[in-house]
Design a protein. Structure first.
Length: 403
């Protein structure tokens, strides 16, 4: 549910920008809203360090439990947050505080779930197991996109701005509490149970940044490009097309929801292929090279009309589904059990969190500075090339036992 909670802010950025950052220039308001969106991602590395330490020392299950509670409380609070007209500067302070807490929570929740699933799976199913974590995140993102589309379609503009947007955040808080009831029953992983009896001198973070610094750096570079590609393709695109194009926001969200739905089976298929047909690195190289070649053309196509937007969204969603399926297991396999969750969490959240989380605000800023509406496509292309370059130097342990 963390991705439902986290993505909702991105989908409702135009509404939040008007309510919390009113301005004569809507683009300035949107930049401010995306700036707060990025703040949540900046907190993810800190969450990764804290939750990574807890997970490597006391077990993966405890991380999932604590992060689920934190996310549920912060999302519920966001749904009750007073606007700028109601509370003035305090509304901005409250919004920033909630986003920081959300980012801190996500810093441990997703990486903890991926590590748990990969460690509890046999060697020939680790790719598929890791893909299930992203399948779940996509279900959450899809639910967020679907509810955003439903609210903006069926409620009038005034109702959405007055109270409609709040319903989705309050629901997210309730769903997080339901998830908590499930997570509290999870057992320890076999690798962690064996490791708990061993004496530890160095902290997991120290090991990740010294003994395994090469793995940490390469994973960080890879996820930086991956994060930009993901957020520009599946979160920012609806806002971009409704801002620079002639497509209504509710139509853009409906098309985005369709694209997200199409990724679900492809994510699992990608994980399975990485187990049985292609090694994970080869599969990922093909995907990111294709994204780099196609990004500008797909964004240009999306801006020409609704039918072309559907095609562009489906192609982008299909391409990004490949790393969503194959990358989780590959990143977990890079690290030994002693610092696996910390190394993976820090690399993933610095890369995907900071680079990916700032992608919408940087893209919006690039448009405002250059006046070139396809600037986000060029940024996405550079990001895909960065991931491609990092993959050439990463070890592929997809057919080896976990260390």
């Amino acid at each position: 549910m963390e991705w439902y909670d986290f993505a909702l802010y991105g989908f409702f950025a135009p509404v939040i920008s008007a309510l919390f950052f009113p301005s004569v220039n809507p683009l300035i308001s949107l930049i401010a809203a995306y700036g707060v969106f990025a703040m949540g991602f900046v907190m993810r590395p800190l969450g990764a360090v804290v939750f990574g330490y807890i997970g490597d020392r006391y077990g993966r299950s405890l991380v999932l439990l604590l992060s689920t509670i934190t996310m549920g409380i912060s999302t519920f609070a966001l749904g009750l947050m007073p606007t700028q007209a109601q509370a003035g500067i305090w509304s901005t302070i409250g919004l920033v505080a909630v986003r920081l807490l959300q980012g801190f929570s996500v810093g441990g929740e997703f990486s903890g779930s991926v590590t748990f699933m990969v460690e509890t799976s046999p060697l020939h199913r680790r790719g598929l197991a890791g893909s299930w974590a992203n399948f779940g995140s996509m279900v959450g993102t899809l639910l967020g996109s679907g509810l955003a589309a439903l609210v903006t379609t069926w409620l009038g503009h005034g109702a959405v701005h007055d109270w409609g947007w709040r319903l989705t955040f309050v629901l997210g808080g309730v769903l997080a509490m339901v998830a908590y009831l499930y997570v509290r029953r999870l057992p320890a992983t076999p690798h962690m149970s064996h490791h708990e009896g061993q004496h530890r001198e160095d902290s997991p973070l120290h090991e990740a940044l010294t003994e395994n610094r090469r793995e940490t750096l390469l994973a960080m570079l890879f996820t930086s490009g991956y994060g930009v590609v993901f957020y520009l393709s599946l979160v920012y695109l609806p806002t971009w097309i409704s801002t620079v194009g002639d497509v209504a926001s509710h139509v853009a969200l409906q098309i985005n929801t369709l694209g997200l739905a199409c990724t679900l089976p492809l994510v699992l298929l990608s994980g399975w292929i990485s187990d049985h047909l292609l090694r994970r690195r080869s599969l990922l190289l093909c995907a990111f090279a294709s994204i780099a070649l196609a990004a500008w053309g797909l964004f240009d196509l999306a801006a020409t009309g609704v039918a072309d937007l559907i095609v562009a969204q489906l192609v982008l969603a299909s391409l990004i589904a490949v790393p969503m399926g194959a990358a989780p297991a590959m990143l977990v396999e890079l690290f030994p059990v002693a610092d696996r969750l910390t190394g993976y969490s820090v690399a993933f959240n610095v890369g995907l969190g900071i680079a990916g989380g700032t992608a919408p605000v940087i893209s919006t800023w690039l448009i405002s500075v250059t006046g070139y509406t396809l600037a986000p496509a060029l940024y996405l292309t550079l990001a895909a090339l960065l991931s491609t370059a990092a993959l050439f130097f990463m070890a592929d342990r997809s057919r080896e036992p976990l260390r």
